[in-house]
Write a protein that binds this ligand. Structure first.
Ligand code: UT7
Length: 322
């Protein structure tokens, strides 16, 4: 039986960090409000020469280096983003070209903040069915380009960045096999007006700006995430006490706390980066994962739960033995 085993992680952030105090010079907000309501102190904002593709490429190179492989051996690139460099071609093909890979499969996935979970689920299916052998799965975003910088209810919440993982198909072995153990993904389009961008090539012909009814999204997030985490545990026959680390989508520290509490997981087992990165949409889970791998918290053999919820709504969870 084939399993998709995680063999390397990487991430990238824009050069410029922006503090809450700097934002407060631009919109009617305060460090106290932002930290108190969200846990966010800082975010990184891309300069004009930093794009979704360039950040994705930097994260990808780091993941490839960590995996100790040749870039040319990658035969599948799945890139999750809601902020592609161009309407087409897929940003994944730009990254493929930057890495010097040719001829494999490369495409983008649009599931907003759940995008990395969707991309990883798709890559896992393709690896286990033999369509590819070695995949690069990336979440990369430049949300600063679609923010309404006059809307204090949204512009303080998001940041830019990228995270990447290399995953390869391996024959399962041992009593506690490494690899992706289960993935559950969901969507409910009935809620797409609670979090959306008010533009697009087929409607306004413009890129548009992000719009969100934050408190309503918050309520759905806590309920949906608790349910999908339970589904994944039930599917694998494992329990909360087996989880070494929860790596959640980093939207709001209060959502992370509420989700951990509902799951009965101590907060020390939750990887939290929202304070420094803010909400980086599809990049947030792989960015947090890479940080916890590089600082030595997550080690080989750990049982790691990933989860995310975002526009659509879309949501999902994935359990990996790293
Ligand atoms: O990644 C995709 C998923 N997204 C999420 O999960 C986001 C989920 N939602 C949230 O994280 C929270 O709902 C927010 C952080 C967006 C908002 O926090 P909240 O505690 O739900 O606040 P609120 O929207 O109910 O606003 C409370 C007050 C309002 O003032 P009034 O009407 O009570 O006078 C807002 O106008 O805070 C005001 N407010 C602000 N004040 C200072 C809203 N934004 C700001 C701001 N600075 N930036």
């Amino acid at each position: 039986m084939l399993r998709s085993v995680l063999i390397g992680t990487g991430s990238a952030l824009p050069r410029q960090a922006v503090s809450n105090a700097e934002l407060a010079e631009r919109v009617d907000t305060s460090d106290e409000w932002i930290v108190g309501r969200t846990g966010i102190s800082n975010r990184y904002i891309a300069a004009p020469d930093e794009t979704t593709a360039s950040l994705a490429t930097e994260a990808a190179w780091k993941a490839i280096e960590a995996a100790g492989i040749e870039a040319a051996s990658i035969d599948l690139i799945v890139l999750a983003t809601a902020t592609p460099d161009q309407t087409f071609p897929a940003t994944a093909t730009i990254v493929q070209n930057n890495l010097g890979c040719r001829g494999g499969i490369a495409f983008d996935v649009a599931a907003v903040c759940s995008g990395f979970l969707y991309a990883l689920g798709i890559a896992d299916s393709m690896l286990r069915t033999g369509m590819a052998r070695r995949a690069l799965v990336i979440g990369s975003e430049t949300f600063s380009r679609i923010l309404d910088w006059d809307d204090r209810t949204t512009c303080v919440l998001f940041g830019d960045g990228a995270g990447a993982v290399v995953v390869e198909a391996r024959e399962e072995d041992g009593e506690k096999p490494r690899g992706i153990l289960a993935t559950r993904l969901h969507a409910d389009g009935a809620h797409n007006q609670l979090l959306y961008v008010d533009g697009g090539p087929s409607t306004t012909g413009t890129v548009g700006k992000l719009r969100m009814k934050g408190p309503e999204v918050f309520r759905h997030a806590v309920v949906n995430l608790a349910e999908v985490l339970k589904e994944v545990l039930e599917e694998t026959g494992l329990s909360t006490s087996d989880i070494d680390w929860l790596v959640p989508h980093q939207a709001n520290a209060r959502i992370l706390d509420a989700t951990a509490k509902k799951l009965g997981l101590p907060t020390e087992k939750v990887v939290m980066t929202v304070g420094q990165h803010a909400n980086t949409s599809a990049a947030s889970v792989p960015l947090a994962l890479d940080q916890a791998v590089r600082d030595g918290r997550i080690v080989q053999g750990d049982l790691v739960m990933l989860e995310a919820m975002g526009g659509g709504f879309t949501w999902g969870a994935c359990l990996i033995r790293v």
